[in-house]
Design a protein around this ligand. Structure first.
Ligand SMILES: [Zn+2]
Ligand SMILES: [Zn+2]
Length: 568
């Protein structure tokens, strides 16, 4: 019989096959979310299926619940079988090779019976691939290089939001142990890095063994690598490394601080404590110093302003904290408006009213509806008629909700740098987000020209997910960003910090360069569903990593001031 992890694996396979067949990203994401939900299930799957209560799990709707029931009761999945039909064996692993489309995978199978990456590598080395129709010696060399890159990649990581969720589950599990006094996430996750390869948790207890035992009982902990009286390192079912360190309560803060890092940040602090011959030593490894009541005390002791975890990267924060110029970074509570959101008018999953009520329940005072523009046909972009229908619906929903709804667009920046609606229409929106969704592969010159033209347009716009990266698959596109930022600073334009965990764009070091130019920002979720709104904290952490302060983020303003700022 298949357990929840097997079923989750089937859902992931379905997502991969849909993706390979070119289905849109949101359809595939539904299966990935379903798999994640099963993986982190609290209750018992048998009961949920028996009582037909699968739909109560967030992320699992009607369609998904029948598929899960089918796999659970028969071990098979009709949809999966249908998807596999006509596809060569090994299509999933082969599709990971850069540049191999489905068409090419089929051609390789038909000609050379290639069924795996190993087959493909051997065939490239023998020079056979270059002779297949549609391939040549150049593409053969590219494929070989791609395979070598694949072989060196590290797959065991989670996106930030997934890691936060996973860590929260571990913490909840540990908190059921009565011997636990306190526990917190440390490491890269506490510093809110984009991808997380290890979850490190520091705990305080007088009886470390009891806490370790509790940790060993965490159901997804699949494998233990190292174990002693105060420390345990293992892997979760998905492969992610996880470490728990348990120390006595008086060593807790020092250990938490040392384990949070980054190594370069700690080394800078160590220099300070050595040069001033301070009795309290900041430690990079163990952190066995005792007696600090809070991390603020550690910084105070060193004569520094408090440095929040997200800023501890040795990127100038220690120097700034030393001369008192470290900004007080944005807090989640500062955000008053949910910006850049999609609805079922384009490629979102929820209606305007559902999104409005969800944002209202989060305490937001306004929500911007910014569906895709007409050229974005792949994402259900709105033509002018549909747009007018949407405005009518926004007006109707506004009657029923207390949160203020602003009508906006995520307008494509077209290839020539123009925006996707005529000027008379653009002027009628409350907010215009201008984003690139196609032709990412222009060279830096062309892309810079395209951006300069768009961002210098007289209408006020927010530059959405600026460099178009997707984590982990698509790097930021090429352009001369400093030149573009100079132009943004002179234009009617703000920049988005996109909180979609796959995007997290603009990156922190670029945010800092932009804020040095006096540029303003919005922090958004780019939500395509109610669930997507929950990524606001992720967006805020990116802003904090970029040192943004409340006064630099426009959606910390009340609605009237916000509207004046984005549509002056
Ligand atoms: Zn977009
Ligand atoms: Zn969007």
């Amino acid at each position: 019989m298949k357990d929840r992890f097997d079923i989750a694996a089937d859902l992931r396979t379905i997502a991969r096959l849909l993706e390979i067949k070119g289905e849109n990203r949101f359809k595939t994401l539904a299966f990935i979310r379903g798999a994640e939900a099963l993986g982190s299930l609290e209750g018992d799957l048998d009961d949920l299926v028996k009582d037909r209560r699968l739909r109560e799990i967030p992320g699992i709707g009607n369609a998904l619940s029948s598929i899960i029931e089918e796999i659970y009761s028969t071990g098979e999945c009709w949809m999966l079988q249908q998807l596999c039909q006509g596809l060569p064996p090994g299509v999933i692993e082969l599709s990971d090779v850069p540049g191999l489309s489905l068409k090419k995978i089929i051609a390789l199978y038909d000609d050379l019976r290639i069924e795996s990456v190993a087959d493909l590598k051997a065939a490239c080395k023998e020079g056979l691939v270059g002779n297949v129709k549609g391939f040549g010696t150049k593409s053969q060399a590219r494929i070989l290089a791609g395979i070598e890159k694949l072989e060196n990649r590290d797959e065991n990581f989670l996106l930030l939001n997934q890691a936060v969720e996973q860590a929260e589950q571990i913490l909840q599990h540990l908190r059921t142990c009565s011997e636990l006094i306190d526990a917190q996430v440390a490491g890269a996750l506490r510093r809110r890095q984009e991808t997380i390869r290890q979850i490190c948790i520091v705990a305080a207890s007088d009886q470390p063994r009891a806490v370790i035992d509790r940790f060993l009982g965490f159901p997804p902990l699949a494998h233990t690598d190292e174990l002693d009286e105060t420390r345990c390192r293992g892997r979760l079912a998905g492969g992610l490394q996880t470490e728990l360190v348990v120390v006595s309560p008086d060593a807790y803060i020092a250990t938490l601080h040392a384990r949070t890092g980054s190594a370069k940040h700690l080394a800078k602090l160590q220099e300070i404590s050595h040069s001033r011959e301070l009795p309290y030593l900041v430690e990079c490894g163990g952190g066995k110093q005792r007696g600090m009541g809070s991390e603020s005390e550690i910084y105070q002791h060193l004569g520094l302003q408090y440095i929040p975890p997200e800023l501890r990267e040795d990127e100038g924060e220690v120097e700034a904290a030393s001369n008192g110029t470290l900004p007080q970074p944005l807090a989640l509570e500062d955000i008053r408006g949910m910006t850049h959101c999609h609805t079922d008018y384009s490629d979102g999953r929820n209606s305007i009213e559902e999104m409005a009520l969800a944002a209202q329940a989060m305490g937001m005072s306004y929500l911007t509806i910014t569906d895709h523009s007409q050229s974005a046909s792949y994402a259900g972009g709105l033509g002018i008629d549909r747009l007018r229908a949407q405005w009518d619906e926004i007006a109707r929903v506004q009657e029923r909700v207390s949160i203020r709804l602003l009508k906006g667009t995520e307008s494509d920046i077209l290839e020539d740098g123009s925006l996707d609606y005529p000027d008379y229409l653009l002027n009628q929106f409350d907010i215009v987000i201008a984003s690139i969704h196609a032709r990412h592969k222009m060279d830096a010159d062309q892309m810079t020209r395209r951006l300069l033209r768009a961002l210098k347009l007289p209408i006020f716009k927010v530059w959405g997910h600026p460099l178009g990266r997707l984590i982990p698959s698509r790097p930021p596109f090429a352009c001369r960003l400093e030149e573009v930022l100079d132009a943004v600073a002179e234009s009617r334009c703000a920049i988005e910090v996109n909180g979609d965990p796959h995007r997290l764009d603009l990156e922190p070091h670029w945010i800092r360069l932009a804020r040095n130019r006096g540029i303003k920002f919005i922090v958004s979720t780019d939500a395509h569903s109610i669930a997507g709104l929950a990524n606001l904290p992720v967006g805020v952490s990116m802003a904090r990593r970029g040192w943004l302060m409340r006064g630099e983020v426009l959606n910390t303003l009340g609605v009237e001031d916000f509207m004046r700022a984005i549509h002056p």
